[in-house]
Design a protein around this ligand. Structure first.
Ligand SMILES: [Fe+2]
Length: 262
């Protein structure tokens, strides 16, 4: 019987995981082929080993209703839901920031009235989630969830707090790069996209098995937002820009595992 690593792989060191990441990266570079989606079977991502599919998915014809675009009435999404800093009676702690961009299809056409949902840790790297009990403070003024609809140009915009990096138990001393989780629906209900947006220059990129499970460097770099000083507002907030391409060769990568704690 083949030994399968426990999902609690705390005995493995970062150095061992980093060595595995580097070995896979080297074999990918030597293979000289384009592989732009996250690997389902990516051993450095210990906690996915028992969760990822091991067989081809069963193909099923979608029901007719599943091929309709989701309809999100204007009444359902309040514009204030796009501001994660005003959901409570006081100001959350941390770096106030704006993140904005366009959702486009593979031909660069705007995807309008798209529901964009985000969730994230607070500035201290803590989620409001029963499985996140690490000793960083919760912020009573920050829940970490927001949503909006894209406008006529496919644009979305959130005001939030820059999330902190946080530890997870993939291996000993494992830390996720700061990120914001995004969910979008495509032109039909079968096209939900769940992914993560990262911040430029994060020192944890090379160490993170989730980020590195996209073995193509150019492909994974498309998950990194750009700092945009024109979006930064004096005395108020910093600004980041991140565009999302739903289809085509430059599409934003799909995350097949949508667990919040990841
Ligand atoms: Fe996360």
């Amino acid at each position: 019987m083949t030994a399968v690593a426990s999902s609690d792989s705390a005995a493995t060191s970062q150095a061992e995981v980093t060595a595995e990441i580097e070995a896979i990266a080297a074999s990918y570079a030597a293979a000289d082929r384009a592989e732009t989606q996250p690997r389902l079977d990516y051993p450095p991502y210990r906690s996915s080993l028992l969760r990822h599919p091991t067989k081809a998915l069963q193909q099923a014809d979608p029901e007719g209703v599943e091929l309709w675009s989701p309809v999100f009435g204007e009444r359902d999404v309040d514009p204030r839901e796009a501001d994660l800093t005003i959901q409570h009676t006081g100001e959350p702690i941390g770096e106030r920031m704006v993140v904005t961009g366009r959702v486009v299809d593979g031909d660069g056409r705007p995807v309008r009235n798209q529901l964009v949902e985000i969730w994230q840790a607070n500035a201290a790297g803590r989620y409001i989630h029963q499985r996140d009990q690490h000793p960083a403070p919760l912020d009573p003024h920050f829940t970490g969830m927001g949503r909006c609809l894209t406008d006529a140009d496919g644009g979305y915009r959130f005001t939030t707090i820059k999330p902190g990096p946080y530890p997870w138990r993939n291996h000993r001393n494992a830390w996720r790069p700061a990120h914001i989780h995004f969910s979008l629906f495509g032109t039909e209900l079968t096209q939900r996209l769940v992914t993560q947006m990262y911040f430029p220059g994060d020192p944890l990129f090379a160490l993170d098995p989730i980020y590195q499970s996209i073995v193509d460097p150019a492909a994974r770099s498309r998950l990194v937002a750009s700092y945009d000083h024109d979006l930064t507002e004096p005395e108020w907030c910093t600004g980041y820009r991140w565009d999302i391409v739903l289809t085509g060769a430059h599409r934003t990568l799909m995350e097949t595992d949508t667990e919040v704690a990841g």
